[in-house]
Ligand binder design. Structure first.
Ligand SMILES: CC(C)(COP(=O)(O)OP(=O)(O)OC[C@H]1O[C@@H](n2cnc3c(N)ncnc32)[C@H](O)[C@@H]1OP(=O)(O)O)[C@@H](O)C(=O)NCCC(=O)NCCS
Length: 191
């Protein structure tokens, strides 16, 4: 079991496992409208059984090195998470995602959690490309992609039917050399 501190405000990144299903349901319940504006997660985690099977789907992916799910805890309460929905070691390509309950937004928790995941993906696991798929209308998530140093590549037009409306998806990505260059710049500025 790991617990990685995300700063001095009590935020921690930990593995999110099936036995956390009740906490997952609770955090989604605290933000159904906010979280579900652009993504279907609250619909999948509709009840305890839904929470359990959603987390289990990531445990199954993890068992075959095909994805992973990590919770963000703030002062001991699960408030969101970061994940690799797609993880393909053969091509070196993966796709990341995230959510927060509304009370936990605006503190940089996802940006901090994603930086840990990006470092692990690029440096420990040898991934080459991390993708970020985001609704064109999801400004906070687009801002996360930008803040992480990702590049906007294009738009999949009206590819995602969500709550009765066809929405378009922006594709952003970050490549391993770009991540290393950004990190080197940060380290240089720190000294
Ligand atoms: C997408 C989502 C996670 C973004 O949340 P967020 O809180 O804006 O993102 P972060 O945790 O990275 O925090 C960034 C904000 O915290 C602020 N912040 C405060 N301290 C910070 C720190 N130490 N580091 C970075 N940012 C910090 C930033 O200025 C920024 O606020 P701003 O956008 O008003 O300028 C959130 O809107 C969400 O969960 N939405 C619903 C689910 C969803 O759409 N998921 C994405 C699917 S693609």
């Amino acid at each position: 079991m790991y617990a990685i501190s995300l700063g001095d405000d009590g935020a921690e990144l930990r593995p999110l496992e099936v036995w956390h299903a009740e906490e997952v349901l609770a955090t989604i319940d605290r933000g159904r409208d906010f979280i579900g504006r652009h993504i279907g997660l609250p619909d999948v985690v509709a009840d305890l059984e839904g929470a359990r099977s959603w987390v289990k789907s990531y445990a199954d992916r993890r068992a075959v090195d095909g994805g992973s799910l990590h919770g963000i805890w703030l002062d001991g309460t699960l408030v969101g998470g970061v994940l690799f929905r797609v993880w393909d070691t053969a091509s070196g390509v993966c796709e990341a995602g995230c959510w927060l309950e509304p009370a936990a937004a605006g503190r940089g928790l996802v940006a901090r959690g994603m930086r840990v995941l990006l470092d692990w993906a690029f440096e420990e696991r040898g991934m080459h490309r991390v993708e970020w798929h985001v609704s064109c209308a999801n400004e906070p998530s687009i801002n996360v992609a930008r803040r992480l140093g990702m590049t906007r590549e294009g738009v999949l037009r009206e590819n995602f039917p969500h709550r009765g409306v066809r929405t378009s998806t922006e594709i952003w990505s970050l490549l391993a050399p770009e991540w290393r260059a950004a990190r080197a710049r940060t380290e240089h500025n720190d000294h």
